[in-house]
Ligand binder design. Sequence first.
Ligand SMILES: *Cc1c(COP(=O)(O)O)cnc(C)c1O
Length: 352
Amino acid sequence: MLATISLTRTPESRLTEDLRENSPFGTNYSDHMFVADYADGKWQDPRIVPFGPMELSPATTALHYGQSLFEGFKAHRTADGRVALFRPMANHARLNRTAARLAMPEIPEEIFREGVLELIRVDKDWVPTRDGGSLYVRPVYFGTDDSLMVRPATRYRFVIITSPGGPYFAQPIRLLAEETYVRAFPGGTGDAKTAGNYGGGLLAAKLAQAKGYHNVMWLDGKDRRFIEESGVMNIMFNINGTAITPALSGTILPGVTRDSVLTLLRDLNIKLEERPISIDEVLAAHSNTTLLEAFGIGTAAIIAPIAAIGHHNKDHEIPTNSPTGLAHKLKHALTAIQTGQAPDTHNWLLYV
Ligand SMILES: *Cc1c(COP(=O)(O)O)cnc(C)c1O
């Protein structure tokens, strides 16, 4: 059994209506955070404390050798005035798969679930009330040995912070098909949500932005031929009414939103293919006008329409924002479930 979570409240809440309703994504944090430590082979001292800096040794394992991972999901206010988390235990399962890949101990289900639930209960007033707003929940987990020995740490820290965000109006994004850098390769960490994957992707994104794109479209690490992801989102194409997304091959991050979208497509009886899809196939569909839509899929934006793909110095423009398109339909359907406006037939909501 998990020891009870101790609670130290902040002496003074920082909450204002403006912070709660109008914060841009990931810029402000709620009053408290959940912390638990792993040492001597067991989890200890689960606690909720005021959000703030943590003291760490300059030799902390995570900083030197990258034993660090994170997760992300959201809490929404529901139609009946409650607060619900969207599929947090799917994130817990993925967290433990990433932890295993980085030789880190598993986080027991009850520490994760009770930590998240208790933290959201304490900071419930931080959940935005306006349409499209949500409280983003960010667990982060890292090795904390004070040692330069190259080996898995013996001590770890698990922290959960939350961040209020207004509606995320995903402007259509322009992507550059990336042919120099790769995000992932067979046998690597591409299917794990490691901090290092993000560090390794920043330069390509920065160079693409200098050329006027929002991000890169990652291609496979071997031949730069098959499409893998859209920046830090999964990717889907609508070719002639069939939804096509790259199959999870070991180099693609198994998104919870991707999985939810695939489930909704099956519910809606829309033709769906999970398979390798090459840049050549997509550009051929573009030139014969069967490429109807392309979009990124992930927690932050849910669906991010792709307005253009840059390839070999040419931009291929793609229609976006069709009110009858899949992107619109999927975003609407998922948002309705998250906010309790549509029946939760797959048991995706965990009420606080
Ligand atoms: C987190 C992430 C996603 C999206 O996952 P969700 O669980 O849907 O938020 C997609 N691709 C990469 C590379 C990611 O890190």
